[in-house]
Ligand binder design. Structure first.
Ligand code: NAP
Ligand code: MG
Length: 478
């Protein structure tokens, strides 16, 4: 059991209204509690971050880097515990949760190293005796608002760059990832000066809203749904606060008729079904060129039949439950709509058990005969459901792939270099992967979407410096 508490100005408090956190695999089991932070709590957290900001900035890059190396070691020491907690709290298999915890440590080490790298350019000045250069200032207090699907990695890929570049942080994790955030802050908090990292838990519409509206916030980094992201962009734009919103996806795989079928099937299954389809980069459409359709479907179904769905803590589990009862009902509704609109249910879809007793399990579900305008070909489902669309040509496949409002990630399977390069050039997605699944993000490379998937900024790698700092141009006349 983890007791609800929030972290403000270096001190933990347990005061406040609490809400229970349940295990999505065993909904009768309570894993812990979380505090529903009030506007007054948010006020105190933002104030504490504001007080800590100037000393944290003044500490400098190298000293902050050294502290982040210590934070990385501390998280590393708690790897198994954090992985288990994340798996229990949101239902992803322990094998994936462990990978996520390892990634959180790698992210910390990467950004700790940023403390030793250059932060600007020297630029010739019109006066040859003058020195003109750029340097990077932090934004100040950054609000970080995160989703539940990567309870460890997403908060970390925002907090680590925010901190190394000299910002102080108020984190508001998703309701369904609050326990992981509490444990992470318990581990990290004592290493950092008071007020540099603050945690408020609570519901988005209350705690989250109070945070993004707070006048003491100088930047907002958000990952989550397009709906909430759009609202955050409105609020931030009105106050001229820098913001970054990473949102949904409807990620396609294109299977060309010269594809390596085993590779294409394995990557489709992994992209669509791992984490029960709850990744922003999950595969949710497979666009198959007609000639290879039957062979692809046959292998896809035989592979999906083998998947082990069950207890997230079992190391052999391929997919667990979805995160919550509301997510369960949303996904089941899409399965029903898919059938009503004429999609052909080839596998899965049978959700007969009462979810509140048995865990929020949605079986891996495959539709064939999906048309581009079907709801399940357009909306982000965020569950283990994939729809197969047949295209008559590669051009039609690319047109179908681009025919959605989102543009996060896209894959193509082909053994032809020309086909690969044509897809790389014509697919409108922030991440294009050849012969690799749509999911999978390298922490050292830029990550973000096109179209409705993002505010067109990029996270991770060296791109993060663009959001978490502002450029100062300096001219010094000797
Ligand atoms: P969400 O409902 O938009 O919530 C995201 C975060 O925003 C949560 O912490 C939520 O709190 C908070 N929030 C909700 N309303 C708010 C408001 N009015 N003001 C401030 N904060 C508010 O998204 P989700 O359901 O957690 O996550 C799933 C979505 O995230 C999917 O659309 C997925 O594609 C997207 N995602 C995108 C990426 C990416 O990098 N592009 C990565 C992962 C996930 P509560 O939890 O308390 O509601
Ligand atoms: Mg939500």
């Amino acid at each position: 059991m983890i007791d609800g508490k929030i972290f403000i100005g270096g001190a933990w408090t347990k005061e406040g209204t609490i809400s229970e956190v349940i295990n999505p695999a065993k909904p009768q089991e309570v894993l812990g509690t979380m505090i529903l932070s009030t506007a007054a709590d948010v006020d105190r957290a933002v104030a504490a971050a504001g007080v800590a900001a100037s000393a944290w900035k003044a500490l400098g890059f190298v000293a902050r880097g050294n502290l982040l190396f210590k934070v990385a070691d501390a998280v590393d020491e708690h790897l198994d515990e954090l992985a288990r907690l994340a798996a229990e709290e949101m239902g992803k298999p322990i094998s994936e949760a462990r990978g996520e915890a390892l990634r959180a440590v790698a992210i910390l080490r990467y950004y700790a190293g940023e403390g030793y790298r250059s932060t600007g350019d020297v630029i010739p000045a019109s006066n040859p005796r003058a020195l003109q250069y750029t340097t990077r200032d932090p934004l100040g207090v950054v609000a970080i608002v995160t989703p539940w699907n990567f309870p460890l990695a997403i908060p970390m890929w925002k907090m680590a760059p925010a901190l190394i570049y000299g910002n102080t942080v108020v984190l508001k994790p998703a309701e369904w990832a609050s326990l992981s955030a509490i444990r992470m802050c318990e581990i990290i908090g004592p290493i950092l000066p008071s007020g540099v990292l603050n945690l408020v838990t609570g519901l988005g519409r209350d705690t989250g809203e109070a945070l993004i509206q707070h006048p003491g916030i100088n930047g907002i980094s958000f990952t989550g749904s397009s709906e909430v992201g759009g609202h955050i962009a409105d609020v931030a734009t009105r106050r001229n606060v820098k913001y970054q919103t990473e949102m949904g996806g409807k990620n396609p795989v294109i299977v060309a008729d010269d594809a390596d079928l085993n590779l294409a099937v394995e990557a489709t299954v992994s992209g669509a079904m791992r984490s029960a389809g709850q990744k922003c980069t999950a595969t949710s459409r497979v666009i198959v060129v007609r000639g290879i359709h039957d062979a692809f479907i046959e292998r896809l179904i035989s592979r999906v039949k083998e998947l082990k769905q069950g207890d997230p803590l079992d190391p052999d589990t391929y997919l667990g439950p979805v995160v919550s009862a509301s997510q369960f009902h949303k996904v089941v509704n899409y399965i029903n709509v898919g059938q009503r609109e004429g999609g052909q249910l080839l596998w899965g879809g049978d959700v007969t058990k009462e979810p509140l007793d048995h865990g929020f399990y949605v079986p891996p579900t495959i539709f064939d005969g999906v048309a581009q305008n079907h709801t399940i070909a357009q909306d982000e489902i965020f569950g283990p459901v994939v729809g197969v669309i047949t295209a008559n040509s590669l051009d039609e496949a690319i047109q179908a792939a681009n025919n959605v409002r989102y543009g996060l990630s896209a894959s193509v399977f082909t053994t032809n270099l020309g086909t690969a390069l044509k897809c790389v050039s014509e697919l409108n997605a922030g991440l294009v992967r050849v012969n690799e699944e749509t999911a999978g993000v390298e922490l050292q490379a830029p990550f973000g979407g096109m179209k409705a998937s993002s505010s067109h900024s990029r996270e991770q790698g060296r791109s993060a410096i663009e959001f978490y700092t502002q450029v100062k141009t300096v001219f010094i006349r000797a």
